[in-house]
Ligand binder design. Structure first.
Ligand SMILES: [Fe+2]
Length: 282
């Protein structure tokens, strides 16, 4: 019988790539990098054979999508931040059977979800950046899921997450589930964005993020779930926070009782609110 063995919400900010390189920004995001390394090691230690990444950079305007390719190799340059993520090499194995099972079960539960075994369908950096910094290259397989649903409801994403849990438990593997995206995500106005890498774009967003994380750490999921649809919209949550909704759906929704462990404390990046947090399974 399959098992969900690990769950986390993680950052994928591009500055980690610059932080890793020699130059004036070397080390600027060591906090986030060390958190991802820690989480990657915990995924390995959990015995997971596959990590499913709910990727808020994979935009879907219709239906949910799962990348079911067996192999991912290439060199990635971000069209969003080409000066920050340039020539990031990657080499990962996929898990076609799990990807297809996830899609089939979500569709069975009433939310159309499509698995694609198409080598021309690439991975977005919401998947590639965490995989890079979690150091899971060829150690753990990866399945990427569209986590930015332009016209879906938070409730649909919860149901998709719950269906993913059913599919995982009906299978025979050990799976880690990672929501890849920020909390509030209002990047600064263009005129000032490069001058304010470590500030919030609005104190309201920072306060909402901190309150949300308080609820996470106290295990007050009923309250957080109730605020999530409005929070995601009011604070420009990345991908409208469908990654978080899917993750919490997989963890049991309002019945989930875990208390979040903050691995990298809340930090600000170009106006947005970020965190690395583990959501314990027991
Ligand atoms: Fe992002």
């Amino acid at each position: 019988m399959g098992q969900l063995v690990f769950a986390a919400k993680v950052t994928h900010i591009p500055r980690m790539v610059l932080s890793e390189l020699p130059g004036p920004l070397h080390g600027c995001r060591d906090d986030a990098i060390h958190g991802l390394q820690d989480i990657g090691q915990r995924i390995v230690d959990s015995g997971a054979d596959t990590v499913v990444i709910l990727d808020t950079h994979w935009l879907s305007n219709a239906a949910y999508h799962v990348n079911a390719c067996a192999d991912f190799q290439g060199v990635f340059t971000s069209n969003e931040f080409p000066t920050q993520i340039e020539a990031l090499e990657y080499d990962h194995a996929g898990n076609p059977s799990l990807a297809k099972a996830l899609a089939a079960q979500a569709t069975e539960r009433g939310v159309l979800t499509i698995a694609h075994e198409n080598r021309n369908l690439g991975l977005e950096y919401g998947t590639l950046v965490p995989m890079h910094f979690m150091k899971l290259r060829r150690r753990v397989k990866v399945v990427s899921v569209s986590g930015w649903l332009a016209y879906s409801t938070i409730d649909e994403s919860r149901r998709v997450g719950a269906a993913f849990r059913e599919a995982i438990e009906a299978g025979d593997g050990k799976v880690a589930l990672v929501a890849s995206g920020s909390l509030s995500h209002r990047i600064h106005d263009n005129a000032v964005v490069f001058d304010r890498p470590y500030e919030t774009s609005d104190e309201f967003f920072r306060q909402c993020d901190l309150r949300a994380l308080d609820l996470w750490q106290q295990g007050r999921w009923t309250e957080f779930n109730a605020m999530l649809p409005t929070y995601a919209r009011a604070c420009y949550g990345e991908g409208w926070m469908h990654d978080t909704a899917m993750l919490l759906g997989a963890l049991g929704g309002d019945d989930y009782q875990g208390k979040a462990e903050i691995v990298t404390p809340y930090f600000l990046a170009s106006g947005t609110g970020q965190v690395n947090a583990v959501l314990p399974l027991r």
